[in-house]
Design a protein. Structure first.
Lengths: 113, 212
């Protein structure tokens, strides 16, 4: 498990990235809604988002909706790629006999640690 | 707390499960319950067009002595209620997400609104010169035809096979009803159209539950 991307390989950030990956490609979600989906405190979510932003995995933009300032969040292209690579690496670590046969063969064995 | 959730998942299986659960939870909460999107429309068609059939029945008969104004009023009130339910359910689910999906939904909504206005403006000019039963058929066949076409278009936009099929179904039964004539059209649209929308809503809900 040591080769796994350390930015994503933490429970909270994995949940953040997984939730953002479920959005449509060109979509952004507001901070309060993301917070509600993840049931995290605002402070906690901010900390993890900053780490993800520093790694270039999420894009955070501030804008206005009417007069209310809004923070919008999306997974960057790089973040999406990192999440896909992480998911594949996790699958490869699991016992191949437990895998769905359709997913076999595409899991690279070089990820094994 | 922050120390805890900064830790890696216990093992690969836990990580994969966490990913699956979080994605499923997110998708299901960012999507309105399909029943709220379909069923109010199905009920409106079933009841509204059903009353039309009972009051303005084929061959100029009256199956049930309802006031003249009741069928059309009931239909419009129920359609308006369905629109409100859909708007509220949509706003609660998608309200905090912006971007391509929101734009798609907004433009599709515009197509419904503007398309209806433009079609009805023309009908209003013509239908006053027609006998009452023919005017009724013209209005409902045009409205149902537009609905069928927009459902097919919606299926194409979201690549939703069930939505597309519903559009095909509505279009086909509209043709059948139009050929059957005044009165019969209302019966076909009520039972097959309203019923079809209710079934489509149940199917869409089953698919949602299957995914999460």
């Amino acid at each position: 498990m040591s080769d796994l991307d350390p930015v994503i390989h933490a429970q909270a950030r994995l949940r953040v990235v997984a939730a953002l990956s479920a959005l449509g490609d060109g979509d952004r979600i507001t901070f309060p809604r993301l917070q509600e989906l993840l049931a995290m405190t605002a402070g906690n979510l901010s900390v993890h988002l900053r780490k993800l932003e520093d790694a270039g995995y999420v894009e955070i933009s501030k804008t206005h909706r009417g007069r209310t300032p809004t923070t919008l969040i999306r997974l960057s292209r790089r973040g999406r790629l990192a999440f896909e690579e992480y998911t594949e690496a996790i699958r490869a670590l699991l016992d191949p006999t437990q895998l769905d046969p359709t997913q076999l063969g595409s899991t690279p064995s070089k990820e094994q640690s | 707390m922050e120390q805890d959730d900064d830790r890696p998942p216990a093992d690969a299986a836990t990580a994969l499960q966490l990913i699956r659960d979080q994605r499923a939870a997110t998708v299901s909460r960012l999507e309105p319950d399909a029943r709220l999107l379909y069923w109010p429309w199905g009920v409106a068609w079933l009841v509204g067009f059903g009353l039309f059939f009972l009051r303005f029945s084929p061959d100029g008969r009256v199956l049930v002595r309802l006031p003249d104004w009741l069928p059309l009023t009931a239909l419009f009130v129920l359609l308006a209620a369905a629109a409100v339910v859909q708007a509220v359910a949509g706003a609660r689910a998608y309200g905090q997400v912006t971007g391509d999906s929101a734009r798609r939904g907004r433009w599709y909504g515009c197509a419904w609104a503007l398309g209806s206005v433009s079609v009805y403006a023309g009908l209003g000019r013509v239908s006053e010169h027609l006998p009452h039963d023919q005017a009724g058929l013209l209005w409902s066949a045009t409205a149902v035809g537009l609905t069928g076409a927009l459902h097919m278009a919606g299926g194409a936009i979201w690549l939703d096979r069930d939505l597309f099929r519903l559009g095909v179904w509505i279009s086909v039964l509209n043709v059948v009803g139009a050929f059957a004539g005044p009165g019969w059209h209302a019966l076909v649209v009520s039972v097959a159209g309203g019923g079809g929308i209710l079934v489509a809503g149940a199917v869409a809900r089953l698919r949602q539950r299957h995914r999460s």
